[in-house]
Design a binder for this molecule. Structure first.
Ligand code: XIL
Length: 396
């Protein structure tokens, strides 16, 4: 090659590498395994995120938490501080400070923010649930309260939220009663299913620029195809009906809470589900990924015969979800629900039997197999099967 042409060609490669963060030429060696998840994700325009525990972020005795959030992630989600009980513990009095702090942190670190969560049956303030239970808040007032909450919260954060989880976990599971899948929980019981469409419309009116998501667990792959027992099918049918009715829903968030004791899925099953949602014109995202394991006596005693298969199975499941996301250009972000076992909701929530080991770093911030496999997936993927993301536009 003539020198001039060679220079021009390598300039292009170097420029691309600067954006993508990948090795360019032998004269410009970069070890991709030394790069962060966020840098590697941007090769595919894929945002890699984590839930953030604001107490851990503020803890000066735990500087690695903060350093890791800014180094490894390009999007953040409030683990708790945007939930209703945190934002409005007393009726009419909003506590914005912790959530505003996260937004400011994200801005300083050039991170996008997923808003979590507007409508959910959990972590509601007592004034609201007590008022409904004792009859002092009737259905008409409850609907107005929900409308005001969504409007106030979305307006407060207007322009600062990339994706809102508008409605969370509205659909039952086969182990609930009755076992036929249905809309479950506080909101459906008191307002009927119509609250879902209302919530999306109210959120859109308050911030026309944010992407509006429905978010749920156990919707990673399709099952029987019968909405009576296949939650993914139920949610798919719900999304289709909302779109038919002109409801401004932009995406489906698949939480991705898995456990190594279950059968789980292969990459193709998960990719197929994401592609079917994309076929409706929706974006997708993994929003709360973690892969927990049972903490048997052997695990707790440090028996490597019991620990190794769990860590490897966990890594394998992270990889399945990430590769499926890479495979579909409408899968915009991949968020883990905490990144270190030092700060994970799993041990406090799954106690019988005890579970843990769910995140990608151990309690001492040492990266696990799962972290390395995520990196490898981001590094060793590209054309022709993995293409850059297609940004979603908020539906009018
Ligand atoms: C969890 C938090 O991680 C815990 O700290 C809190 O005590 C309970 O909620 N699905 C969701 C998340 O949508 O909001 C939940 O977060 C985990 C399950």
């Amino acid at each position: 090659m003539k020198l001039k042409r060679w220079l021009a060609a390598s300039a292009v490669v170097l420029a691309t590498a600067a954006v993508a963060g990948t090795p360019a030429t032998a004269s410009h060696p970069v070890d991709p395994a030394q790069q962060s998840l966020r840098t590697l994700g941007l090769r595919h325009d894929l945002y890699i995120g984590t839930a953030v525990d604001m107490a851990a972020l503020a803890d000066t005795a735990d500087p690695q938490y903060r350093a890791t959030v800014s180094r490894e992630f390009s999007t953040v989600t409030a683990e708790n501080v945007m939930k209703w009980e945190s934002l409005e513990p007393t009726r009419g009095t909003y506590n914005w400070a912790p959530a505003d702090e996260l937004i400011a942190f994200a801005k300083r670190n050039n991170q996008r923010v997923r808003g979590h969560v507007l409508v959910w049956q959990n972590q509601l303030p007592a004034w609201l649930t007590d008022g409904v239970n004792d009859g002092s808040i009737d259905a008409a007032e409850l609907r107005q309260i929900l409308r005001d909450h969504i409007t106030t919260v979305v307006k407060h954060f207007k322009g600062k939220i990339w994706q809102w989880d508008v409605v969370n976990e509205a659909v039952s599971d086969p182990w609930d009663s009755p076992p036929t899948l249905h809309y479950k929980g506080f909101w459906a019981e008191h307002l009927g299913d119509g609250y879902i469409a209302d919530a999306f419309r109210w959120a859109r009116a308050a911030d026309p620029g944010a992407l509006l998501f429905y978010n749920d667990y156990n919707i990673e792959a399709f099952g029987s195809g019968d909405p009576a027992d296949d939650k993914t099918q139920f949610v798919f049918d719900m999304a289709k009906a909302l779109l038919r009715d002109g409801v401004p829903i932009d995406g489906i968030g698949s939480q991705g809470h898995l456990g190594t004791q279950y059968g789980n899925y292969d990459t193709f099953q998960v990719a197929a589900a994401l592609k079917r949602f994309a076929g409706l014109g929706l974006a997708t995202a993994f929003t709360e990924v973690d892969v927990r394991s049972q903490m048997t006596a052997g695990v707790q005693a440090g028996d490597s015969n019991e620990i190794n298969p769990r860590l490897q199975a966990s890594a394998g499941n992270y990889s399945v979800l990430l590769r499926a996301c890479l495979a579909d250009r409408h899968c915009l972000s991949f968020t883990v629900w905490g990144f270190t076992d030092k700060h994970s909701w799993v041990p406090t929530w799954f106690t019988d039997p005890p579970e843990g080991l769910a995140t990608i770093y151990d309690e001492n911030y040492q990266p696990k197999r799962a972290y390395q496999e995520m990196k490898a997936d981001l590094i060793y993927s590209g054309r022709p099967y993995v293409l850059p993301r297609i940004p979603q536009k908020p539906r009018r």
